[in-house]
Design a protein around this ligand. Sequence first.
Ligand code: ATR
Length: 274
Amino acid sequence: MDRYAVVGNPIAHSKSPQIHAAFAAQTGQALSYEALLAPLDGFAATVAEFRAAGGRGLNVTVPFKLEAHALADRLTPRARAAGAVNTLAFGADGVLGDNTDGAGLVRDLSHHHGCNIAGLRVLLLGAGGAARGALLPLLQAGPAKLTIANRSADKAVALAREFAAAGGSPLDGCGFPSLAGRRYDLVINATAASLSAEVPPLPPGLYSDGALAYDMVYAKEETPFMRAARLDGAARVADGLGMLVEQAAESFALWRGVQPDTGPVLGALRRALA
Ligand code: ATR
């Protein structure tokens, strides 16, 4: 049976084995998928061992996405742009590194939230790894404009400069205060603020009529960002559980050439969270 796994540290909490087992059952693919704990100084050795034992591919999570990027022999354009790899595929011609996080976000928005980015005014909050990972797929989805805003404005400005040539959409970077008076149809929180129950200090009045506020993290209850967005007038709010399922589906499709049906898997995960 073909072997796959997710590798990280810590890893016990990962929902990837459950998600991929559901995809495999649904599509009739004979494969196994396990969770691998790699020592913090032993990522490359863990990958080599898994590959030598017949492993076909790996998902990579915190804190190894940069090391996976360095380890790959070849990178997809979206992995190169992200500067990080969450999916490795082992073939006769070496190790392919991909990054399915941004595509997972874009697919979650369109498939599960009726939100097609083409023509929208989009605000991306944050300029760290999570924001960078989403940028190329977001730009390729054709927003009317995309603004990157970050607590440290210089990082947002630098990221916008770096990606200016990547898509046809106007792209700019700024600090949070510069958002005053601007309105957006989609606001995506890619900061780490939710992880410490904080909310980026945004000026009021950001949301256009019908706007969606999307937090890349997920939780049993609405995140502080989602609650703050509602108070500021966002018509709809969403967390990142669908992104988790969709990035997994993109990895599954890369490995197996089959696109799973994510709806039932997302529904089961949501019910299990409640
Ligand atoms: P990740 O890989 O999750 O993106 P990261 O690369 O460390 O993690 O980036 C963290 C991001 O969250 C940064 O954009 C950071 O802003 P700064 O660049 O100004 O540090 C942002 N961030 C973290 N805590 C925040 C908070 N309480 N409010 C607003 N932004 C925050």
